[in-house]
Design a protein around this ligand. Structure first.
Ligand code: IFM
Length: 567
């Protein structure tokens, strides 16, 4: 750093700037002499700080021991998944840096930020439930604690509290139906998507661990009452069905994932509709497991009718539209002068399972042609400028920025996953590389973020600063890209009874290896790709035994397992 080189570290308090601390001390060494310096950073009242500092009066061996313990702690988490592929960028992100970024967002959600000024006033429901997904494959027991916490922030009507206070007290909270909550949190109403994020998160946790008993665990609601996890999820489905808009899709309520898109309380978001469709698929799996046959039938009928409705309302020839405003305007249709092509409905149509293979491919091709850039796919195109409807808050941002046609990095993870689910390994990996910090070491002057952590967004092609990235560390990108890479590109897809292996990789990956701990068992997976395929399974061999397809039932696993998958 320049400050070190010129010896002027200054002594300034950072005010709305990128904070950077530097410590220095001068020592003079005699020939052959060794000295150990330990810097201790933290914040405590002086008397308590003095106590802590005393422990380090003789830094060696305490510091060395503690460093070892710290390393061991990190390794115990990160070692649960290690990959060795032909891509050093992919390996360093999955093995270390994206994983580390995921733990940061897992711990903090968006509750603190170097970028927005100061602390936030609580945990955002959707953000926090999404962030959990990024660490499930590494530290499921940590995930479980947080899932319990977030379920206890679900209101007994099934909706999520938009903001979960730092002082959250299950069973005693007021809700968006109470003026006190609105006044204290600034959140005027429920959001349409909050509780729907629980479905993929709970499913990922149960599938990773096999802990189906969790479905029967009783957890309080935020305001009053308590119920099993299974019942919490049923209520989340009921919440969406109790809040339908005029066309029969979930009503927009205050907002969906996109903070800058207000379709109106009675508007309808296709993104939420797709999440809801997916939620019913997951709940059906749980209902089948619990032999709740009447409810399975109810879900089947409800989902079928709902899916047909979404198809009819949202498919527009080669794309899924973004939704309907309260006044009936269809957003994201091909004929619109601005914002006529949106990213998230295309990826989510595939992830949710609603799109037919033909629709999925057409929509994803359209994304590639219309939205992709060398730094990732922009959120929609063209940006809002002259034709924004009243709820298109994104228009306040310059074109190419944030939700107004920026490359919203979180959405890249869903795009990677969607392409991988369709078996398009080349595309999935292309999207990974375009926005990957590790692939941008040689354009720091453009990206302007650390080359090892994700940012919230990269300025899009409509911006004068195309490629410049912002809001590092605390971004939902960490978890979505991790899931896109682990479940998508690597194709590690656990379910209630075992593990499916469905990698979607570049054709040039002729061989790669995965070390994974799955339900306490060690798996060494070698993937062979002699015919340069992007996906598909030619054979799967577990401990010398050929399996029927690409699925490993848990009951066949030994303590240590050799797995060979040939694409
Ligand atoms: O989904 C939101 C998130 O809750 C906060 N950051 C921006 C995202 C997209 O608008």
């Amino acid at each position: 750093p320049e400050g070190i080189v010129c010896g002027d570290l200054g002594d300034k308090t950072s005010y709305n700037e990128n904070s950077c601390g530097a410590l220095s001390c001068k020592i003079t060494l005699k020939a052959g002499e060794t000295r150990t310096i330990a810097f201790l950073l933290g914040m405590k009242p002086s008397s308590e700080a003095a106590e802590v500092i005393r422990c380090y009066e003789n830094p060696a061996p305490t510091v060395a021991e503690e460093l070892e313990a710290l390393k061991a702690d990190w390794n115990s988490k990160l070692d649960n998944l290690k990959v060795s592929t032909p891509s050093p960028e992919f390996d360093t992100m999955i093995n270390t840096w994206n994983a580390y970024n995921c733990f940061m967002t897992f711990i903090w959600s968006r509750a603190a930020s170097f970028i927005y000024c100061g602390l936030r006033n609580g945990y955002g429901y959707r953000d926090t439930v999404q962030d959990i997904q990024g660490i499930i494959h590494l530290a499921p027991e940590m995930a479980l604690e947080k899932i319990r916490f977030m379920l206890s922030a679900q209101v007994n009507n099934g909706g999520g509290l938009p903001l979960v206070k730092f002082t959250h007290t299950p069973g005693k909270e007021d809700t968006p139906d109470d003026a006190s909550y609105v006044q204290e949190t600034g959140h005027p109403a429920y959001r349409a998507d909050d509780a729907l994020w629980l479905f993929p998160t709970v499913y990922k946790y149960i599938s990773e661990t096999g802990n189906t008993a969790f479905l029967d665990e009783v957890i309080p609601f935020a305001n009053k009452d308590e119920a099993t996890v299974y019942e919490h999820l049923k209520r989340a489905v009921a919440f969406s069905l109790d809040h339908l808009g005029p066309h029969g899709m979930p009503a927009g309520l205050y907002a969906d994932w996109n903070d800058c898109l207000r379709l109106g309380a009675n508007g309808e978001s296709s993104f939420v509709a797709l999440q809801f469709y997916y939620a019913m698929t997951i709940l059906k799996i749980f209902a089948e497991y619990k032999k709740d046959t009447e409810y399975v039938q109810y879900l089947e009928e409800t989902q079928k009718a709902f899916g047909e409705k979404v198809q009819e309302l949202c498919w527009d020839n080669d794309r899924f539209v973004r939704g309907y405003t309260e006044s009936g305007e269809r957003i994201g249709e091909a004929a619109a002068p601005e914002a006529n092509m949106w990213l998230n409905p295309q990826s989510w149509a595939v992830i949710s399972g609603l799109a037919s293979p033909e629709q999925g491919d057409a929509a994803l091709n359209n994304v590639y042609e219309r939205l992709n850039t060398k730094y990732g796919a922009i959120l929609m195109d063209p940006p809002y400028h002259a034709h924004a409807f009243d709820g298109a808050l994104a228009v306040i941002y310059n074109q190419g920025t944030k939700e107004n046609s920026g490359i919203f990095s979180q959405s890249q993870g869903w795009l990677i996953l969607a392409e991988a689910l369709r078996g398009h390994g080349e595309r999935a990996f292309t999207y990974f590389m375009e926005n990957s910090p590790a692939a941008q070491n040689d354009c720091a002057e453009i990206r302007r973020l650390e080359p090892y952590c994700y940012g919230q967004f990269t300025e899009g092609k409509a911006s004068k600063h195309f490629g410049r990235s912002h809001v590092h560390w605390l971004t939902g990108t960490a978890s979505t890209v991790m899931v896109g890479c682990v479940e998508g590109i690597l194709g590690l897809r656990p379910d209630l009874e075992g593990l499916r292996l469905s990698p979607s990789v570049p054709k040039s990956w002729k061989h790669f290896e995965i070390e994974k701990v799955f339900r306490g068992k060690q798996l060494h997976i070698s993937v062979e790709n002699p015919d340069e395929k992007e996906s598909g399974c030619c054979s799967l061999v577990l401990n010398g035994q050929k399996l029927a397809d690409n699925y490993i039932p848990e009951k066949l696993l030994q303590d240590k397992n050799e797995v060979i998958l040939t694409l």
